[in-house]
Design a protein around this ligand. Structure first.
Ligand SMILES: Nc1nc(=O)c2c([nH]1)NC[C@@H]1CN(c3ccc(C(=O)N[C@@H](CCC(=O)O)C(=O)O)cc3)C=[N+]21
Length: 306
């Protein structure tokens, strides 16, 4: 097999952002409404801080009002719930994202279920999970990472996945399960595999579409990939990169890798998403698209197609 097509998530995300900008302009011109995105972060984890910053920056670029709540790590659950309820009640806010994970003393499920389902741009509320799993994709907010992954798959294979077998490795509520729903809705034959699956490599070798969301750096090697498969790597793992030398503090420099061994998989696959520059940028783009959709809905306007 020739080297796989590299699916450019950064370019696809940039196109979505352009569509969101245009849609925001149309909405604001017609109704005066400005989409508002609130991002809530609890604690000082530096990786999360950087990441929340890039969401806020992207929101401003899209013409949104961007609201950031940075709360100290020791914030009580009650205080956080109050912040969420106030955002629910704020008519200028159309999307609410509470950055996960939350500190251990806070009940994550309780916080997620407190977000107004119609402002739940992460798609984590049970109402949106239910809408997606019953096929009501018109009403559901779909979680951003699976939604973005799906758009990348569509770029390569088109809208109808009839006759294709899809294997998702990973069964999280945030990625694996909603990804399965989306692939099923597109007529793929779907298997969710995970750490307890017997002969995982053989199961994965059956996949025309292989989605890796395990959180283990470069775990899926050549033996997991069927010739001609489309491989979507959802993993984002920061690992030490001895070959890059040392940082100023004497510790090794690091690099981002996915859950797929890119070089090995690319030698067999027809198409594959890289890390970085694959699913990650799509996640942020879909967050913007969901926020615009929420604002359009509140104004009774049709959001732009993606
Ligand atoms: N409520 C909630 N919603 C989330 O959507 C959510 C969350 N919590 N908690 C953390 C994770 C992580 N996540 C990422 C999204 C994009 C990149 C991304 O754009 N990555 C770049 C690389 C960035 C870099 O260089 O560090 C890329 O893959 O090309 C990374 C990580 C969303 N998350």
């Amino acid at each position: 097999m020739a080297e796989a097509q590299r699916i450019d998530g950064k370019a696809a995300a940039a196109r979505i952002i352009e569509t969101v900008k245009a849609g925001t302009n149309a909405l604001t011109e017609k109704t005066g409404l400005v989409p508002g995105l609130a991002v809530v972060i609890v604690g000082e984890d530096p990786a999360s801080q950087v990441y929340v910053g890039s969401k806020a920056k992207m929101a401003s670029e899209c013409g949104f009002k961007s609201i950031k709540h940075e709360l100290p790590a020791e914030t009580s659950e009650e205080t956080l719930l109050k912040v969420v309820r106030d955002l629910n009640a704020d008519p200028q806010v159309h999307g609410i994202l509470v950055q996960l994970p939350l500190p251990k003393h806070i009940d994550e499920a309780k916080v997620v279920q407190t977000v107004d389902p119609d402002k739940d741009v992460d798609g984590f509320h049970l109402i949106n999970v239910g809408r997606l799993s019953t096929g009501d994709t018109a009403a559901a907010f779909v979680p951003c990472t699976p939604a973005g992954s799906m758009l990348l798959i569509r770029e390569v294979l088109g809208d109808d996945l009839s006759g294709k077998s899809a294997v998702i490795v990973g069964r999280s509520n945030i990625v694996g399960k909603p990804m399965a729903q989306l692939l099923l809705a597109a007529n793929a034959t779907v298997t969710i595999a995970h750490s307890r699956t017997k002969d995982l490599a053989a199961v994965c070798r059956g996949a025309d579409i292989l989605v890796a969301a395990v959180g283990r750096p470069e775990m899926l090697t050549a033996e997991y990939v069927k010739d001609g498969a489309v491989v979507v790597d959802v993993g984002i793992n920061r690992i030490e990169a001895a070959e890059k030398g040392l940082k100023e503090d004497g510790t090794p420099k690091t690099k981002l890798v996915g859950d797929v061994n890119y070089a090995e998989a690319a030698a067999k696959a027809a198409a594959i998403t890289p890390v970085p520059g694959g699913v990650g940028p799509m996640t942020i783009a879909m967050l913007m698209a969901n926020t615009l959709r929420s604002a359009c809905r509140s104004a009774g306007m049709e959001p732009p197609a993606l």
